[in-house]
Design a binder for this molecule. Structure first.
Ligand SMILES: [Zn+2]
Length: 80
């Protein structure tokens, strides 16, 4: 019973923490990560190169990957 109460407390506490983090936009909050379709690397969304196609936004780690994608978009766009 004690353990349940403790876990409940931890849960509420972490919820409260995440809410404060989002409101203050603290630097410690996790960076949104996106996947490079070409090299499958994880990159920070704000640092990624973007390319829009068919109403969908693609993210790339570099101009090189973007170029590769533009050359053969069907190959990468479908490989979810
Ligand atoms: Zn890449």
């Amino acid at each position: 019973m004690r353990k349940v109460l403790f876990l409940g407390f931890v849960f509420i506490f972490s919820l409260g923490l995440s809410v404060t983090h989002t409101n203050n936009l603290a630097p410690a909050s996790p960076v949104r990560m996106v996947t490079d379709r070409v090299c499958t690397m994880q990159i920070a969304k704000d640092k990624a190169k973007t390319y829009k196609k068919d109403g969908y936004k693609y993210y790339f780690c570099s101009k090189k990957c973007k170029k590769i994608f533009k050359k053969n978009p069907e190959k990468y766009a479908l490989s979810f």
